[in-house]
Design a protein around this ligand. Sequence first.
Ligand SMILES: Cc1cc2nc3c(=O)[nH]c(=O)nc-3n(C[C@H](O)[C@H](O)[C@H](O)COP(=O)(O)OP(=O)(O)OC[C@H]3O[C@@H](n4cnc5c(N)ncnc54)[C@H](O)[C@@H]3O)c2cc1C
Length: 297
Amino acid sequence: MYPRAFHYHRAASLKEAVAMLSELGDDAKLLAGGQSLIPLMKLRFANPAHLVDLNFIPDTSFIREDAGTLRFGPMTRHAEIENSAAVSRVPILHDCAAGIADVQVRNRGTIGGSLAEADPSGDWAVVLATLKTQVRCMGTDGERTLSLEEFIKDAYTTALDHNELVSEVAVQIPAKGSGGAYLAFKRAAPVYPTASVAVQLTLEGDVCKDAAIALGCVGLTAIRATDADAALRGQTLNEKSMAAAADAAQAAADPQPDMRGSVAYKRNLVAALTKRAIAIASRRARGEQVEAGHMYA
Ligand SMILES: Cc1cc2nc3c(=O)[nH]c(=O)nc-3n(C[C@H](O)[C@H](O)[C@H](O)COP(=O)(O)OP(=O)(O)OC[C@H]3O[C@@H](n4cnc5c(N)ncnc54)[C@H](O)[C@@H]3O)c2cc1C
């Protein structure tokens, strides 16, 4: 189906995009990669009267390393992140970018659009929840910085005001001795996962000094499984501590039954993905190069 008719506006700067949103009111929407918005418009679930295109604004697609932080421009495409040498130092980010849908979606879809969409099945929020992530937002009164936790409020709901946009995503590079892994289980490339698990941990010898575990597609937003973190923190990494973390992750999941599986199936999947992700994260924390990412049914 074709979208309903709309007026097209091309912003020359982020500031101009904010001004356009203010002027055009509630019926205006930003267009980034269009990989969520355009399908919704074609299905006529979204019918904006005005589209403000961000694609022609210079210097909005970048990956910069600055004082221990990776900074992503709002229009940075998943594919740019997948292929970035700077990002390869934080393997969990590469796992995420490289696994999103297919090459066409990764070439268009952006990190800013993904976070702003706050799709409960989206991959970025899950992975970024295990890292120290800040989201910069620009509005008519200037910029403000929110933690990811403050930014994502609910399914499809963020802290952005109508005339505000995401201007940057900043991720602190984890300390030495840290490793992470993101595993998502899906039925085919261009569909969202059935369930996913992100694990980021720091080791001191065989002991887990710190851990952060997040679950995707099994709740209305990414779920931080803090009891699973606690099951690992201060413990030697072995079958017993990994099983305890997997049990806690499974308990934190809040899945809905759907065509992808029953509640029990999704909980089992979360437990299995958690164990595997911990194993890969710990090998990476020890300096091993391990390939990981999305898995297909
Ligand atoms: C077939 C298919 C499969 C997919 N599979 C996956 C998957 O497995 N995992 C996954 O994570 N994603 C998946 N996606 C979604 C994809 O990752 C998109 O990139 C993402 O959802 C939105 O990014 P976008 O840049 O395309 O945003 P758009 O679609 O352009 O915009 C999405 C929303 O965000 C708003 N917006 C955009 N940019 C900003 C900004 N800077 N500030 C404020 N608001 C903004 C828009 O107004 C709109 O409301 C899939 C998409 C398709 C079409």
